[in-house]
Design a protein around this ligand. Sequence first.
Ligand code: 5GP
Ligand code: ZN
Length: 115
Amino acid sequence: MNEDCIFCKIASGQFGTEFLYESDEIVAFRDIHPRAPIHFLVIPKKHIPKVSDIQPDDEVLIGKMVAVANIVAKLENISETGYRLIFNCGHDSGQDVFHIHLHVLGGRKLNWPPG
Ligand code: 5GP
Ligand code: ZN
């Protein structure tokens, strides 16, 4: 837990955020500024600032994040229509929150390539 990190606070339940999924390691919740009809974030409870900080010991956890994205996508009824998983990493990607998070977007046709 990083006391200065907004996603650590969300993961610990401090803000009373509604979770779409929770386990001992991972939570998923809706993005506060959705960019698509369905837009949720999957985060580990462990504070890892950026994808480039992921260590070999974290690799199973990162795989579980993808599995959670699939579980919640099914709950949100976008499994058949499709969805996009995005990790922003660092300045040029536009990463704003330095606690890794997997964006899951769906519910409309998404443009490619992203901007
Ligand atoms: P990034 O640009 O770092 O990849 O994305 C951070 C995302 O977190 C943004 O889409 C932003 O809307 C979302 N976000 C930031 N603060 C909060 C918050 O307090 N609650 C929720 N639910 N989403 C947040
Ligand atoms: Zn954190």
